[in-house]
Every structure is written in structure tokens, then in C-alpha cells.
Write a protein that binds this ligand. Structure first.
Ligand SMILES: [Cu+2]
Length: 340
């Protein structure tokens, strides 16, 4: 049993013996019969059947000096470990807070605080009505927490700091469907989020959305010199990554973007797509788009689903139309490959 597994087992035991959770809750949560042996925690995925045309993603994506590749982050959905408890589907996720040096560009490295060694954190994904259970371990040296957006009891709201070397199990219903987020909620939150402690939570509607090439774009800012302003910005963690390595997509293929603005300090940014119009599903909470545009404004923590397809092949940029922010790293491009 690894150290991580023994920590998770201790967490589970503490959760089961928590006097605050009386028996009715235990029964409600199905924990009385929780048969989680760490040896059997298999991290199998239960993915929907993708039939979208997606260009082959190279195995060796450029890392630009980092331990993760934004090219992988783009279409990397964590469906958790799936089990059935009392006839209900439960998805279990593991998040470990730690610290990693990020190489933001050739000249600037940044001491990030993060979940699972990456910025942004894993994109957690579940279906409406399932039960989400997150095993959180803090090994970052500072107190952190996990605060999810969506419906949940007060005890699961994640505002209580979890000390370094300890953990917490967060459990709540997957509702409502939409694009949500999670982040550390320890004060000062601006600093904790700015250091990289944020990620996306997608809750799929009961009936799946149409097949598409799906990807996530999380916007983040970096205050690299602690002056209370962001000096660099990025889509999915690394400034200018998708400018240097445009995202390949197919012409005429339906693209579904899950976009989230997690830029602290700056009050709001826009997202603009070149040479196209996207259909907007606000907060991902509708099944029909409310309108179309080529620019949408998002305050911090706002997020949407944007759908589009490209009529013409070629390279097309996307970026906030706050051009100073775009020119400081929050810029990328799609490379549209002709449909043959
Ligand atoms: Cu924190």
C-alpha cells in the first residue's frame, strides 16, 4: 500500500467515524456499506462514445519545461473511479495539493500551488444525478481547501482550511448540470487561486449533448512579482502555448468549448474567436443556445459552453479582446484542417 493509499484509507476511516454524520446521513450517502478497499481503487474511466473527428494528438506534446502539456489538458477529462452504491452511480476523484515550479516562458519560472501537479487542476466530469466523492489530501505546506460551485450542504462548501498533511472527503450530488469550477477557498483567495489552485467541473445533462470535438480552455493570470497585478496570462496554464502550438481541429466538425475565466485581480475579460461566430450556452446550463456572437464577456469564475464549426481551413486566433492581456500570454490559435 503506497503512502497515498494509506492516507486515503485513514481519511475514509475518519469520515466513517465522524460523529457529525449521523446514521441517517450515512445511509443516505450509502457509506454504511462503503466497501472501498484501496487496493481495488481502480481509476477506470467511463467515457461517452466519441465519434467526433479529432486530429491525432501527438504522444510527445511539447512540454516547454513543465511536467504537464496544455495540449493534453485540452481534451483530458477525469471521469473518476466509478462504482455503484445502493443502486446509485458514485464517481470518486483524488486531488492532492502540492507545489510545482512552472516554466511560464524561457525567462520566467513561477512557484505554483496546484492540484495533482498541474495548472489548471484536472477537469472533473460527472453526469447529473450521480454522487461525487472527492478524496482531498493536502501536501502543499500551506492550508488549502476545495470549494466547488453547484448545490451542496454547508459542510461540503470547502471554506474550512485543511491543514498541511491532512485531508478531507468532499461529497455531494452532481447538480445542476453545466460548466462549474472548483478552487481553494483559503484567504487570501486571490493569492491561492492566482498560484494555480483551480479547475473545472463539468456536469453533463442526463441526455448527452450532441457528439463534438470537446475541449476546455481555462484562463488564468500570474502575478509573478507580487505587486498585486498580473504580469502574465495563459490558456490552460502555460502562456502563449497554443500560439506556439496551434490546436488542430477539422473543418466543419462541431467544436464544443468549455471556457472558464479564472483570472484574479482583473475584474473581467472577454473571449473572442476570429473569423467565426459561436453559439452560447450560458454556464452550460441550457440545452439550446441563447444567442450567437464572436465575443463574450466573463467576470472571474464565469464560464460558458461555446459551440461552432469552421467553414474555412487555415489558422484562426482566439484571445480576450483586452489586447494587453492577450499580448501577455492569453492567446491561442486553431489550425483548421480541410475535411477530406
Ligand atoms: Cu489554498
Amino acid at each position: 500500500m503506497s503512502n497515498l493509499d494509506s492516507s486515503l484509507e485513514r481519511l475514509r476511516q475518519r469520515f466513517l467515524h465522524n460523529p457529525l454524520l449521523h446514521r441517517r446521513q450515512l445511509l443516505k450517502y450509502g457509506l454504511a456499506g462503503l466497501g472501498l478497499t484501496t487496493a481495488t481503487v481502480a481509476w477506470q474511466s467511463l467515457k461517452p462514445q466519441p465519434a467526433a473527428r479529432i486530429p491525432v494528438i501527438p504522444v510527445n506534446n511539447p512540454m516547454m519545461g513543465n511536467t504537464f502539456s496544455p495540449m493534453k489538458t485540452l481534451r483530458d477529462f477525469d471521469y473518476g473511479s466509478v462504482k455503484q452504491e445502493n443502486g446509485r452511480t458514485v464517481r470518486e476523484f483524488r486531488l492532492v495539493a502540492g507545489n510545482t515550479t512552472l516554466q511560464l516562458n524561457k525567462a520566467v519560472s513561477f512557484n505554483s500551488w496546484n492540484f495533482n501537479g498541474r495548472v489548471p487542476a484536472p477537469t472533473l466530469r460527472a453526469k447529473a444525478g450521480e454522487l461525487i466523492r472527492v478524496f482531498f489530501l493536502n501536501r502543499a505546506g500551506h492550508a488549502h481547501s476545495l470549494h466547488f460551485h453547484g448545490f451542496h450542504p454547508a459542510a461540503m462548501d470547502g471554506i474550512k482550511p485543511i491543514r498541511n498533511g491532512t485531508g478531507m472527503i468532499y461529497e455531494f450530488d452532481a447538480e445542476p448540470y453545466g460548466v462549474h469550477l472548483y478552487h481553494c477557498h483559503v484567504a487570501p483567495v486571490t493569492r491561492h487561486v492566482g498560484k494555480g489552485l483551480y479547475g473545472m467541473l463539468i456536469i453533463d445533462p442526463p441526455e448527452p449533448r450532441p457528439v463534438a470535438d470537446e475541449m476546455v480552455l481555462l484562463m488564468g493570470g500570474y502575478d509573478t512579482n507580487d505587486d498585486g497585478k498580473n504580469e502574465l496570462y495563459a490558456f490552460n496554464g502555460v502562456p502563449d502555448y497554443y500560439m506556439m502550438h496551434p490546436i488542430e481541429i477539422y473543418q466543419h466538425q462541431l467544436i464544443r468549448l468549455y471556457v472558464l475565466n479564472m483570472i484574479e485581480i482583473d475584474p473581467a475579460v472577454t473571449f473572442h474567436l476570429h473569423a467565426n461566430m459561436f453559439r452560447v450556452y450560458p454556464t452550460g446550463m441550457t440545452l439550446q443556445p441563447t444567442h450567437s456572437s464572436d465575443v463574450i464577456t466573463m467576470g472571474t469564475a464565469e464560464r460558458h459552453i461555446l459551440e461552432f464549426e469552421f467553414k474555412y481551413p487555415g489558422e484562426f486566433m482566439f484571445h480576450p479582446h483586452q489586447d494587453a492581456i492577450a499580448e501577455s500570454g492569453c492567446m491561442g490559435a486553431f489550425k483548421v484542417i480541410p475535411f477530406t
